[in-house]
Write a protein of this length. Structure first.
Length: 258
């Protein structure tokens, strides 16, 4: 597992209210929905996958059967250690390489990756633009990118907000507040479709598809209610209704930078 050392420039977060990302737990529906959507968007097996912000590997492991080699990349070495512990007795160990970035560009050569993924990571980084440009650099000329980001129109702020006098951090409709007010209290960025598409395009990609991913409702603890909602209103992986989706999915193709 390689490790990079943060420089003085990138070790200071210019937006200190942003919380660090926490990986989803294995078995959550959100992981399976993303995996199904990716396999639909990228049906041809084989090649090299890079999962940027792989965390503990719970998401990446669900994608492994579609690729010849996997690079798991994360800034948090403790997450990567947990991922490595899972891999130690797994047949996937020989095909998986884990890299700690230290907040620097990924230590891999340009034009080497077939597909790059980043699942709800961009909202936590100090600046999305250099991250997307580095993913563009890493991809082969015909490479693909899949990113997901929090959807502004979901009823609850998915990462919570540090609101004064309100100890519960998932107050409804905070995500709908005007951007400046939302960003003052929220623990992570949140996006409209046009905002994330613009960022992806400015990094040199052509957006092939963009859509809303249905809320998985993993946070509902009472199983009867959760299962009922999943079988009725929230049963499909995609939603046409923004207020029923936790994430925006963008699937894009690398284009040459001008």
């Amino acid at each position: 597992m390689k490790s990079g050392k943060p420089t003085k420039e990138n070790s200071t977060n210019p937006m200190p209210h942003l919380a660090a990302g926490i990986p989803a737990s294995g078995g959550q529906l959100i992981l399976h929905r993303r995996a199904r959507l990716l396999k639909m968007l990228h049906p041809d097996p084989g090649g090299l996958l890079l999962d940027f912000g792989c965390g503990n590997g719970a998401q990446t492991l669900l994608l492994a059967d579609s690729f010849d080699q996997i690079y798991g990349v994360d800034i948090n070495e403790s997450f990567l250690k947990g991922y490595q512990d899972i891999l130690r007795n797994s047949p996937l160990n020989s095909m998986t390489s884990l890299l700690a970035t230290g907040g620097q560009p990924v230590d891999l050569p340009s034009d080497c990756i077939d597909l790059a993924t980043s699942f709800t990571v961009l909202e936590h980084v100090p600046d999305e633009k250099p991250v997307l440009k580095d993913l563009h650099r890493l991809l082969k000329p015909d490479g693909k990118l899949m990113v997901t980001v929090p959807n502004r129109w979901w009823i609850f702020e998915t990462h919570g907000a540090n609101l004064p006098l309100l100890p519960w951090n998932r107050v409804p409709f905070v995500s709908w507040w005007p951007k400046k007010l939302h960003d003052r209290f929220a623990r992570a960025r949140i996006y409209r479709r046009a905002e994330i598409c613009k960022l992806v395009q400015e990094a040199g990609f052509k957006v092939d598809e963009v859509f809303y991913m249905t809320a998985p409702l993993d946070v509902i603890k009472w199983a009867p209610l959760r299962n009922f909602l999943r079988k009725t209103l929230f049963r499909g992986d995609r939603s046409n209704f923004p207020f029923m989706a936790t994430e925006i999915v963008v699937f894009a193709s690398k284009e040459p930078l001008g």
